[in-house]
Design a protein around this ligand. Structure first.
Ligand code: GUN
Ligand code: FE
Length: 453
């Protein structure tokens, strides 16, 4: 990899050991005995062969004694990207998975989300979810909050304080027959979205940005969708929503938007399908719709735990990738019960294998490909891949220090193993105990500075 000369000589961290990451060409690149320097702005200054450490120390003015030498059972990988998570559903995650999507929303989700009017409750839940995801290695999260602007701003503040890279969405919905008090007027939804964006931008948090968030086509009138499309366009903002998650939902959308041929058309016609759009699920998208995603540069957040937990469907990721659609992984907490992208990787593999059981011609995903979906793929899905996603000079250092042999850890290593085996074991068997340190833009955010829970 080429090194660009930085005028601000000096590095904040230098690591030496095994690195693993993905590139556009290879889902898994293993860089054994490599030395990586992080500059004072948190960007990767160099990534070179370990044997060149002496000349690098002269050039970048660091002491060899300051180099952090990894152990043989340690490696560094890019931080995990959760491209779809409802921060507001964390309080009840791990429960309430006995109903299909639309009934689940009405019965469990809307009543809980309506409680985020209370900022004290929001503060408690949002601190917990940001901490929990950080310690599980989520360096970037794309969050749904609730309809409440001030609580959504608080989520941005907490992500910034704890050091997580985040897209934060104030949820927009002007239709809700089931829980009538949990909705906004069209006007308020648009006005409050503008206030949310303006106030969040004014904070100038370096790694927290707003994302325009229509809940989904069933919750929004065409008038509101138009407003939100305009807001996103005028401010060049990210957009997130849900699409084609469950069959009943698809049917309702078809009935609501009779003039439009497909679910994708609903968003596209309202300027909500752009190269900064991430849509969760997409289980029932047709090949034509996948082509529309590709043409627009829009992406899919694959949320396999949720898709199975709510019996929604199974996304054929291989087919989406064959259509050159960008795909990332999402936990979809609380439709998915796990806050960990390690879990999402495992569920993605299982879903792919279930598709193969149904159709022996299906080409399953490999663990290397799923690793890429969780890192570089996620950053592409969120259009943040110029900043994060893998180890390239000039990108921010978002990384996990993984130790596969922690005391009382979740797995055993029975002899010297190559880095690839350590990675595969970690992806299948590891958990947060193996994630010893988490960095976002060069800042060490795990272990936490304080012990508060
Ligand atoms: N569709 C609309 N809202 C939601 C939500 O909160 N979770 C999931 N999984 N799907 C949705
Ligand atoms: Fe969701």
């Amino acid at each position: 990899m080429e090194q660009t000369k930085d005028t601000t000589v000096g590095v904040a961290h230098v690591f030496r050991g095994a690195f693993v990451h993905s590139t556009l060409e290879a889902p898994l690149e293993i860089l054994d005995d490599t030395v990586l320097g992080v500059d004072k702005k948190g960007k990767i200054a160099f990534i070179e062969k370990g044997r060149d450490v002496k000349s690098l120390s002269a050039k970048w003015e660091f002491l060899l004694s300051d180099v952090r030498q990894l152990e043989p059972h340690e490696f560094i990988m890019p931080g995990l990207v959760d491209s779809h998570i409802h921060a507001s559903q964390y309080s009840y995650s791990g429960t309430a998975l006995d109903l299909p999507l639309l009934q689940w929303l009405n019965t469990y989700t809307f009543p809980v989300e309506s409680q985020f009017k209370d900022l004290k409750f929001a503060d408690k839940v949002y601190n917990k979810v940001v901490r929990r995801t950080l310690r599980n290695g989520t360096t970037t999260a794309c969050y749904f909050a609730t309809i409440h602007t001030d609580a959504s701003l608080l989520l941005g503040e907490i992500a910034d304080k704890l050091g997580q890279r985040a897209l934060v969405g104030k949820v927009c919905m002007d239709c809700n027959d089931a829980v009538a008090h949990y909705k906004e007027t069209t006007e308020d939804s648009s006005k409050e979205t503008k206030r949310f964006i303006q106030e969040l931008m004014e904070k100038k948090y370096p790694h927290v940005r707003p994302v325009v968030t229509p809940r989904f086509a069933i919750s929004c009138t065409s008038a509101l969708l138009h407003e939100l499309g305009d807001i996103a366009k005028n401010n060049n903002l990210h957009i997130q929503s849900h699409i084609s998650e469950n069959k009943e939902e698809c049917q309702v959308v078809q009935n609501l938007f009779k003039d439009l041929e497909t679910y994708t058309d609903v968003y596209r016609e309202h300027n909500l399908l752009t190269d900064k759009t991430v849509m969760a699920h997409g289980c029932y998208l047709t090949n034509r719709e996948l082509d529309d995603f590709h043409k627009a540069g829009a992406s899919i957040s694959h949320c396999p735990n949720s898709n199975i937990s709510l019996c929604s469907g199974m996304l054929d990721v291989r087919n989406a990738l064959n259509h050159q659609v960008k795909v990332g992984l999402g936990t979809d907490v609380g439709g998915g019960y796990s806050p960990s992208i390690l879990d999402a990787m495992r569920r993605a593999l299982m879903t792919s294998k279930a598709l193969k059981i149904q159709d022996p011609n299906h080409q399953t995903l490999t663990f290397e490909e799923v690793f890429r979906l969780a890192t570089l793929g996620g950053s592409q899905a969120l259009s943040l891949d110029s900043e994060t996603g893998n180890f390239e000079v000039g990108k921010d250092f978002d990384a996990l220090v993984v130790n596969v042999c922690v005391p009382d850890g979740p797995m055993d290593i029975c002899g010297p193993e190559p880095t690839k085996v350590l990675l595969e074991k970690f992806l299948n068997l590891g958990d947060d105990r193996n994630i010893c340190e988490v960095y976002v833009a060069g800042r060490r955010v795990v272990p936490f500075a304080d012990k508060a829970s």
